[in-house]
Design a binder for this molecule. Sequence first.
Ligand code: CP
Length: 327
Amino acid sequence: MVSEKNSAASLEPVYRFKHLLGIEGLMRTDIEKLLDLSDRYVESNRLADKKHSTLRGRTLINLFFENSTRTSTSFELAGKRLGGDVINMSVGTSSIKKGETLIDTAMTLNAMHPDVLVVRHADSGSVHLLAEKVNCSVINAGDGSHEHPTQALLDALAIRRRINRKLDGLRVVICGDIAHSRVARSNILLLGKMGATVRVVGPPTLLPVGLEQFGVEVFHDMESGLKDADIIMMLRLQTERMTGNFVPSIREYYQLYGLDYNKLKFAKPNALIMHPGPMNRGVEIDSELADDIDRSLIREQVEMGVAVRMACLEALVSQQMISTKDH
Ligand code: CP
């Protein structure tokens, strides 16, 4: 446990499942327990000695088939701060380049008895498929445009800590390329479960049809979409998942949907802005606004990422200990 340095993992059931594949399937209480544990790791990460032994003897393998800065680094830090052995598999120099499939790669790694696999892959659903083939726990670090559960958890933690209360009744507006965004999907699911109202704003080409069935309000212009917003989450154009042109030009996109101080006036006076990163300054967000510490939670989002991933690793390893005891 975070409060008991150098002790074994807690047997308290923080988490009920073997894997963390998405926000879908979690209940509000599951999310709250993970956020409460994360809170404790935020404090621990601000100390000079950040080391725990929760994962001592355990092996974490990071398997990223897509680029990452924040998620891969924070999972590595999280695993090391918990005292685990962390392997970052270099996909570019692996046997995947010789034609080995995702599943064969996963089963090869599985034979080495890791305890947790953290996987990012470009195909939606691929991490679920992989989780069915291995014995260890699997964390989805982003699968295509499907889910990015630890991002939604860290976003919720950043909001909760800044406003110093739960998320019930908040109006959260997610703007930009919703269609290709796993961050949007995980956040829509999580925020709904936590009692927030969710709106999306973007051009019709970047909004998937049928979003209303998730209880989301849909807008196509920033003025009406940002009205009464407490939190504004900006998303980048995910060109790596686009085939063809989804916006007429970057200049026009910024004029219509880029968040700057003028458009921020449409929201509540103290509205906060967020961005999961990586940011494209001057495309979806004004550079000065992104760095405005009174309005922007972007730096906190990165800090919360390490704490949330430590909490998720502890939760999964604790769950492994409980299920081993039960059988
Ligand atoms: N937000 C996020 O997933 O960032 P990375 O792609 O850098 O991991």
